[in-house]
Design a protein around this ligand. Structure first.
Ligand code: UDP
Ligand code: MG
Length: 313
């Protein structure tokens, strides 16, 4: 029997949030009066998350599946692992930390029922640290500009995708990915709705500064090569300007004679251009690093065990 709805939840060290999630999510899914499956993907948690998930599964073995990954592969890979065993006609992704209330799920289902193949979400009154909200604003704007996608909130992971979109996402074999952007890329009739958002009540964010930077570069490098073009264009502009400046200095030397002032101005310009050079090397490196990851061809994620009903294996 194929369920109508699959809900995929990546879980990484969320032992504190899971009890409340489990308490709230099943009533919501039951209220939809449709067949469903809940897929919990344990992304190599080192706390009791897996044990709690397996315990919870005992309550509804017919509905709850648990995927145990063989290590920490990141939120997006955990979702891909969940997608690969999901069978619902609609698939909804959701975080385990309850920042987006599971009570919003029916609204996503309703939007999909109206014929939308991808339902995106925008966090209303987002409750996150100020610096994250500011960084997201910049990333959203830059990403929309360089990728040609039109999304208002790339980071909100409570989203719905229909089966066709999920299968397309699964066809992409890339090791670094960003699921909302990928879904949007394949969508024919997408829509965005606003959803509530709360502060993380338990546990802490799994994204430190460096992980956030990496994730956002996954998004920008994965969907556009405009940053590389920006480097080339900057380089060309600087070269033309230097050429004009050199011509000016030669003329000045002929007319007025040699000059020696302006040493510190020159150093300031030099440092600035060194900065630009380093950023450019870095941007190139972001792509090269990802190409390197691809060519090694290691598995994108490794499943240790899937806990689900016998007949489905
Ligand atoms: N997560 C995961 N693997 C990771 C990092 C996060 O499965 O390596 C899960 C995490 O358990 C949560 C969701 O992804 O369910 C979002 O993580 P978090 O709430 O820390 O991100 P934030 O809300 O701070 O962006
Ligand atoms: Mg969160």
């Amino acid at each position: 029997m194929t369920p109508e709805l699959s809900v995929v939840v990546p879980v990484y060290n969320e032992e504190e949030s899971l009890p409340e999630l489990f308490r709230r999510v099943l009533p919501v899914l039951e209220s939809l009066s449709r067949s469903y499956e809940l897929i919990l993907v344990d992304d190599g948690s080192r706390d009791r998350s897996l044990a709690l998930s397996l315990k919870f599964r005992e309550k509804r073995e017919d509905r709850v599946k648990v995927v145990e990954l063989n290590g920490n592969f990141g939120q997006h890979m955990a979702i891909i692992a969940g997608f690969s065993i999901s069978r619902g006609k609609m698939v909804i992704t959701m975080d385990a930390d309850l920042q987006n209330p599971p009570e919003e799920i029916p609204r996503i289902v309703a939007a999909m029922e109206r014929g939308h193949d991808v339902v995106g979400t925008i966090r209303k009154f987002r409750q996150d640290p100020l610096f994250r909200k500011a960084a997201s604003k910049i990333v959203n704007a830059v990403t929309n500009r360089i990728t040609g996608l039109r999304l208002h909130d790339y980071g909100c992971m409570l989203r719905g995708y229909d089966r066709r979109i999920v299968d397309l996402i699964l066809q992409c074999r890339e090791t670094t990915t960003f699921i909302p952007a990928l879904g949007q890329k394949f969508a024919v009739n997408p829509v965005e709705i606003t959803v509530r958002h709360s502060e993380r009540a338990k546990g802490e964010s799994k994204y430190g500064l460096f992980r956030l930077i990496r994730l956002n570069f996954d998004l920008m490098t994965g969907f556009s090569i405009a940053p590389l073009q920006a480097v080339t264009v900057t380089g060309m502009t600087v070269a033309v300007m230097s050429l004009l400046f050199t011509a000016f200095l030669i003329l000045r030397r002929i007319v007025l004679g040699p000059e020696a002032e302006g040493l510190f101005t020159l150093m300031a310009i030099n440092f600035f251009l060194m900065g630009v050079t380093m950023i450019s090397v870095g941007i190139g490196g972001e792509y090269i690093g990802r190409v390197y990851q691809e060519v090694r061809q290691r598995p994108r994620y490794v499943v240790r065990q899937v806990y689900q009903e016998e007949e489905e294996l």
